[in-house]
Design a protein around this ligand. Structure first.
Ligand SMILES: Cc1cc2nc3c(=O)[nH]c(=O)nc-3n(C[C@H](O)[C@H](O)[C@H](O)COP(=O)(O)OP(=O)(O)OC[C@H]3O[C@@H](n4cnc5c(N)ncnc54)[C@H](O)[C@@H]3O)c2cc1C
Length: 251
């Protein structure tokens, strides 16, 4: 249906972002293709050294531990902090990624985890690193007739530590600044989200290890100096969010 609709069809999963877009007439597809009933897309499976989350795995499934967590509980913690339960019951991991709202939790967290997006279409299948899949806010590398089948997250060893911090005025609201960090003692990778662009990757965050008061201050200043937000207060918030996420990897 996607392939023959000439761009007039849209996939709907949880409808938690597309619903509002339809209400506001920001999206006007002629056909909605509901994929939420495709059982295989609602499941997650271990495949080699990774977990493949089906596109329609909901935030609530991850929160409740109904699917494997390759991060030993970190993804469960993140899922618990997305919006509120009614949204989490329907909202899906791939819907979040395809919608590509810069303030979405999964966008920053899965970029931190260097996740890979699995895609299928009439031309076959392909896999793209999430950091390449997201071109800019609300724009991703999906060609006509393609849809996301799943998200691949590498299984992390027990010694790997995770950090995630976001500034929200109240629980359940989209964040105004957020950062994620994953570190194994020698290497570390971070991402800054909720900016006006796609998540900013800090590929080598190991320069801030081991975590001390000194390296936390350096990390905050480093991110602040990047000027990602082009606004002094927001740049400061990005720096503080990153330092607070980094601090968690030491705990
Ligand atoms: C009140 C409210 C508060 C929220 N707060 C937060 C928050 O704090 N943090 C946060 O991260 N999110 C938040 N969200 C968004 C929520 O997490 C959504 O679940 C998510 O953004 C979209 O997932 P979905 O399954 O509902 O996608 P849908 O709304 O069904 O689809 C979104 C877009 O993705 C496309 N799409 C969906 N699945 C696929 C697929 N498999 N292949 C190709 N295209 C696909 C659709 O065509 C559409 O363009 C909030 C939403 C609401 C309504």
């Amino acid at each position: 249906m996607l392939a023959t609709s000439r761009g007039n069809a849209k996939v709907i999963a949880g409808g938690q972002s597309l619903g509002p877009m339809l209400n506001l007439r920001l999206a006007r597809p002629n056909i909605l293709i509901d994929i939420s009933g495709i059982r295989s897309l609602t499941e997650a499976r271990q495949e080699g050294d990774a977990v493949i989350f089906g596109a329609c795995v909901t935030h609530a499934s991850i929160e409740d531990g109904r699917v494997p967590d390759p991060t030993g509980g970190f993804m469960r913690r993140v899922a618990r902090g997305i919006a509120y339960r009614a949204v989490r019951n329907r909202g899906t991991i791939a819907g979040s990624v395809v919608h590509a709202d810069p303030s979405a939790d999964w966008l920053t967290v899965l970029t931190t985890l260097d996740a890979v997006v699995n895609i299928a279409g009439t031309e076959g299948t392909r896999s793209v690193a999430l950091s390449d899949f997201v071109i800019m806010p609300f724009t991703v590398d999906l060609r006509e007739g393609e849809f996301v089948t799943g998200i691949r997250v590498a299984q992390r060893a027990e010694n790997v530590r995770f950090g995630y911090f976001k500034f929200c005025r109240k629980a359940g609201e989209f964040a105004s600044a957020m950062a994620g960090v994953v570190a194994d003692g020698r290497t570390a990778r971070g991402a800054i989200g909720a900016t006006g662009a796609k998540p900013y990757v800090i590929a080598d965050a190991s320069q801030f290890l081991p975590v001390t008061d000194g390296t936390l201050a350096e990390a905050a200043q480093h991110v602040r100096n990047l000027g990602i937000a082009d606004d002094a207060a927001a740049d400061r918030a990005n720096g503080v969010a990153f330092a607070r996420a980094l601090k968690q990897v030491a705990q």
